[in-house]
Design a protein around this ligand. Structure first.
Ligand SMILES: *Cc1c(COP(=O)(O)O)cnc(C)c1O
Ligand code: SF4
Length: 313
């Protein structure tokens, strides 16, 4: 059984269902763990996140290739510096899973690769002493080899004004078996840096015994564990689903951080949930959960100095 499936026919066989073939410009990619989760749940909320559909090929007004203004915020090819004190580094163009709603599906990643881009990133971070937190993102930074990842974070640790290392990754959820747990966590345990892992889980059924094990190891290595989700039509836009998501994450030691309104990226319009529905869902969660299990509802607006809260009155 291959660890990652890349065509619809193979996915159909693995989950024992017929799936219609569709041509899109963002290929299917699903790791084994996520396939198992799809096969064991009794709804389409997981499958919908990875299965290409004809709806993606429709052009919808208001949905663009660079929905969040990233291309205007790059002082170096692999570095986004949009927010005060924090810089986001695109460490890998790859992901173990391809999420159909992803805002980065159109990003020119080829410019972010290689030693030269990394050196330019380091030079920028060295020069900018106001940056105290580096966010490793992608793609998915945890698709690097343990050796390469460890080299990268050692170089960041050597920059005196950097205090916090944050990693944004869907790997611990989608592909726990492919997530670093050896040499890199050994480094982390002894590092002077504050460490945060922000995973990306949209539905409680994405979690399993395997995700719990990986998350526990990262926690033992000193990482604070947070989750961000995207509010997605047909996936997690029901009260009970979001309530269970918060409980299930916390059962694995993860606190909800952000619930994002969908970035208006070309090909993802059919996933959009309105802001008013998002607000209603959060109001429900507030009545049901302790405050620390209610995620902050936000949207990203190009050129704003932070994620914009979607206010719940
Ligand atoms: C989301 C994001 C961050 C992190 O924002 P927080 O509110 O600190 O989580 C930083 N830089 C960029 C470019 C981002 O998109
Ligand atoms: S793992 Fe994250 S970056 Fe990669 S396709 Fe999914 S949402 Fe996009």
């Amino acid at each position: 059984m291959s660890a990652i499936v890349k065509d619809i026919e193979a996915l159909a066989q693995r989950i024992g269902r017929r799936l219609p073939p569709v041509e899109t410009n963002f290929p299917l990619k699903v790791p084994a763990h996520f396939i198992e989760r799809i096969a064991t749940c009794d709804h389409d909320g997981l499958l919908a996140q990875v299965l290409p559909t004809a709806a993606e090929n429709q052009t919808v007004p208001g949905f663009s290739a660079d929905a969040v203004g990233d291309l205007n915020a790059r002082p170096a090819p692999a570095l986004l510096h949009k927010y005060h004190g924090r810089a986001l580094v695109m460490l890998s163009p790859r992901c173990h899973i391809h999420c159909r709603f992803c805002f980065r599906r159109h990003f020119p990643y080829e410019q972010t690769l290689g030693q030269a881009a990394w050196q330019t990133t380091l030079d920028y971070l060295h020069r900018h002493e106001e940056i105290h937190e580096v966010i490793l993102s992608g793609g998915d930074p945890l698709t690097l080899s343990e050796a390469q990842l460890t080299d990268r974070v050692r170089a960041l640790e050597a920059i005196p004004h950097i205090q916090t290392l944050r990693i944004h990754s869907r790997s611990p959820i989608a592909a726990p078996a492919l997530t670093p747990q050896g040499r890199f966590l050994h480094w982390a345990r002894h590092s002077r840096l504050n460490k945060v892992l922000v995973v990306h889980c949209n539905h409680p059924d994405e979690l399993s015994k395997e995700t719990a094990e990986v998350l526990a190891r990262w926690r033992q290595a000193g990482f604070t564990l947070l989750n961000q989700s995207v509010l997605l039509r047909g996936v997690n836009d029901q009260e009970a689903t979001l309530e269970k998501l918060s409980h299930s994450l916390w059962a694995q030691g993860v606190l909800p951080y952000y619930l994002h309104l969908l970035d208006r990226v070309q090909g993802a319009a059919h996933f959009e949930v309105s802001a008013s529905r998002g607000i209603a869902l959060i109001q429900y969660l507030r009545q049901r959960l302790p405050g620390y299990l209610v995620p902050r509802l936000v949207r990203e607006i190009a050129n704003e100095p932070c994620k914009t809260p979607v206010e719940v009155i």
